[in-house]
Design a protein around this ligand. Structure first.
Ligand SMILES: [Zn+2]
Length: 402
């Protein structure tokens, strides 16, 4: 046994000092045995790298860096960490918010960070501090707290919806393409009181032009479905002005969809451009005032998605065949709010549906009318909105003659 062989063994085992409560194996002085143990150590390290998927490993490393940074900032020891330190870390994570005032760490993320901390401790032969009751209780409490307080989206009432729509660039190519789609989506959410999944699921043939009402929207199923004996139909009424006219938005968007079907790219681009440049936002294009309509029933014959994904760069815009997702509509609303100079914190696509209820109530709508528009089965659901956002509605306090 030479000294070098013994040194190699010492280095190999040094990292394993904390593997167990018992002391690490003594340094082997026989060169052949030391050599063999050294190889076994190499094999065991190799095996170790296969225990976690690459993604999990990355997540754990990221969690560990975050925890390490937290400990460095506060002058605490990270390895081994005292359960109290982990408790503070959980508390810290639970209070972090993003730019929109929403929790920066979802509960699942917090649990993942704890798993990363546990993994690092166990790997290096320490007790897992996250398994301590004081830590697990804290996480359980946080889970209950977050579940008990569902974040109900604030309502977006009419003047705010108009402000968002007005802030978009409608008559310029290529920005106008997505603006036209987004205006349509906003009116579907507000006037139609549609949920995001319902709006995202609409097909062209879910819509029906109605000379008296504006547009009928068959929610959930298409109007071609004859077996649907009690279809959910919502109405997009003509607006008093083109600025607040949902049918106008639909007409403009469907006209763009029609132009986007042109196969030749250059012709398509030109027809989209001329369509957008020709938009006169102060004139009804839906036939509301007996004037012309941009689209007719034949434009609504297809079962293609109504709200589609768009792609744009600085010069060009494309409209895809694929529909948008409900999540994309939610993100769109928040981005459009930010662009309009509004704080989107506490708002989401559902704010449009909540806004419909609130605005209608303010304008004197009955519970029955609101239930009909929002397709609610129970009056209680409508009352929840009143309690939260409209406490003065249908409240005798307003009749005290004060
Ligand atoms: Zn109109």
């Amino acid at each position: 046994m030479n000294d070098t062989g013994a040194m190699v063994m010492v280095n190999a085992l040094e990292r394993r000092v904390h593997l167990a409560a018992v002391d690490a194996p003594p340094v082997i002085l026989d060169a052949d045995i030391a050599e063999e143990l050294h190889e076994l150590e190499a094999v065991s390290r190799d095996l170790e790298t296969h225990t976690l998927s690459i993604n999990t490993r990355r997540a754990y490393e990221k969690a560990w860096r975050s925890f390490g940074g937290f400990c460095v900032d506060l002058g605490l020891e990270a390895l081994p960490a005292h359960p109290q330190v982990v408790r503070w870390y959980v508390a810290w994570m639970s209070t972090q918010v993003d730019d929109w005032g929403e929790p920066r760490f979802a509960l699942a993320t917090i649990r993942q960070h704890l798993a990363g901390i546990a993994e690092r401790h166990l790997r290096d032969g320490y007790l897992d501090p996250t398994g301590h009751r004081a830590v697990s209780d804290l996480v359980r409490g946080l889970a209950k707290l977050r579940a008990a307080r569902p974040v109900r989206k604030r309502p977006l009432v009419l003047d705010k919806v108009v402000r968002i729509v007005d802030s978009m660039t409608h008559d310029v190519y290529p920005a106008g393409v997505s603006a036209t789609r987004d205006a349509t989506a906003l009116w579907l959410g507000f006037a139609g009181a549609l949920r995001r999944s319902e709006a995202a699921g609409l097909r062209l043939n879910s819509l029906e032009l109605h000379p008296g009402d504006g547009i009928h929207v068959h929610v959930g199923r298409s109007k071609a479905d004859q077996d649907n004996s009690q279809p959910d139909v919502v109405v997009l009424p003509f607006g008093g002005t083109p600025r607040t006219c949902p049918p106008c938005a639909v007409h403009r968007w469907v006209a763009l969809l029609r132009e986007s079907a042109t196969v030749d790219p250059r012709t398509r681009r030109q027809s989209l451009m001329s369509q957008l440049y020709g938009y006169q936002l102060d004139t009804h294009v839906c036939g509301a005032d007996g004037g012309g309509q941009l689209i007719d029933g034949t434009d609504l014959a297809s079962s293609a998605y109504l709200l589609r994904a768009t792609y744009r760069n600085r010069k060009d815009a494309r409209i895809h065949e694929a529909g948008v997702s409900g999540d994309a509509l939610h993100t769109m609303l928040r981005r459009r709010m930010t662009e309009a100079g509004m704080n989107p914190s506490a708002y989401g696509f559902h704010s449009l549906r909540a806004g419909h209820v609130t605005q209608a109530r303010r304008n004197g709508a009955s519970t029955e009318e609101i239930m009909r528009a929002g397709r609610w089965q129970k009056a209680e659901t409508v009352n929840v909105y009143d309690r939260e956002f409209n406490p003065a509605a249908r409240n005798s306090v307003m009749r005290l003659g004060l």
